[in-house]
Write a protein that binds this ligand. Structure first.
Ligand code: AQP
Length: 338
């Protein structure tokens, strides 16, 4: 029953946002905002507690938190229709995560693909902290606090939403119905935008090379340059074939999403043309597609105080709902009322 669903999602401010975050998450959120009445309860967070689960610099985190909120607004999220909040401003997230962590078997967390990938990447250099392992428990708390029905995410987060479902079911079975069991919501076509310099890896903020991602704030020149150097596959044909032409297929998806033209139509238009011509068209589409967001972003950057007001108001609204859920949880697990 669309139109009545409670929605929650968020992004961790671990760096500048890229077109994978935009196509996989934010664009889905905009559609949901349009399809739902304001009172249905849509919450989008800036997940700073999650950002400190990997190495970070304090000043950069503060800056990225503000920048992420500017991107939310510049992309078109409307604080009158959705609740925009900062995770660390609503202490119920950390409190509920502690409770849920006491009911989540270690083995379930160790099985998480993102934990395995990120701990491999951090390796011996930084060490692996328990917060990284507990990340999905905190994410479950984020989701369950708002009685969320659906969580719109990219593919890499699906496993975490599934874990949130089992944590909710476990709690409900033990203590009686307390949480809604959230459904995962994925936009199939854009669920996994791949890196421009390695189509086997997803585009990522913490990707090794800057050439792998296009930032939402990249200049037209930077976008053209990154598209120009994006890897392609052998052969000359411009066709969508994810198995044999993974790099080109990824570029076709990005092209289609930014131009609004179906992949089939692009294949027809570029039949017999070169990769150089194709890439020129792609760069143009991405530049034009991001232009409205970028100009709004520059305008918002000049009035940062207003943005803080929006975040304070949103976080206060979020805290009221989250506080009620947490109070019910505390009562059920047997904490003495304060
Ligand atoms: N490449 C992607 N394609 C589609 N969706 C993506 N998302 C991330 N990368 C892609 C989706 O964006 C939302 C926010 O993600 P996040 O920042 O909270 O965490 P992440 O998934 O770990 O994103 P990054 O960019 O890879 O960040 P780092 O490098 O810091 O870990 C989520 O809905 C995610 O699925």
């Amino acid at each position: 029953m669309l139109g009545q669903q409670r929605i929650f999602s968020g992004i961790r401010p671990s760096g500048d946002l890229h077109i994978g975050n935009y196509l996989g998450a934010i664009r889905q959120w905009l559609k949901l905002q349009d399809d739902h009445p304001a009172e249905s309860g849509i919450v989008f967070g800036i997940m700073d507690l999650h950002a400190i689960t990997t190495p970070h610099e304090p000043e950069k985190l503060r800056e990225a938190t503000l920048e992420t909120s500017l991107i939310y607004l510049a992309a078109g999220l409307d604080p009158k229709r959705t609740t925009l909040m900062v995770q660390s401003w609503v202490p119920a997230h950390a409190e509920l995560a502690w409770v849920l962590g006491t009911m989540t078997p270690l083995g379930e967390l160790e099985r998480m693909t993102q934990f395995k990938e990120k701990s491999r990447a951090l390796g011996d250099k930084h060490g692996i902290m328990s917060g990284l392992l507990a990340y999905p428990v905190l994410m479950a708390a984020d989701i369950l606090l708002y009685h969320t029905d659906a969580v719109p995410v990219g593919e890499d987060q699906v496993q975490h939403v599934e874990l949130a479902r089992s944590i909710a079911e476990r709690f409900n079975n033990r203590y009686g119905k307390t949480f809604a069991v959230p459904a995962v919501m994925v936009q199939k076509e854009t669920a996994r935008i791949m890196s421009l310099d390695d189509p086997a890896k997803k585009m990522s903020k913490s990707g090794e090379s800057e050439r792998g991602y296009i930032l939402l704030t990249d200049s037209p020149d930077a976008i053209s340059e990154k598209v120009k150097t994006a890897v392609t596959d052998s052969g000359k044909e411009i066709i969508y074939d994810p198995v044999n032409k993974p790099a080109l297929s990824n570029l076709l998806v990005v092209f289609s999403e930014f131009s609004g033209r179906p992949v089939k139509e692009l294949e027809r238009d570029y039949a017999g043309k070169s990769y150089v011509e194709f890439k020129a068209g792609l760069a143009e589409a991405v530049i034009a597609g991001l232009a409205p967001l970028q100009s709004k972003f520059r305008e918002l950057e000049r009035g940062r105080a207003g943005v803080l007001d929006i975040l304070h108001a949103g976080s206060e609204r979020a805290a009221a709902v989250a506080g009620q859920t947490l109070a019910a949880v505390k009562e059920k697990i047997g904490f003495l009322a304060a």
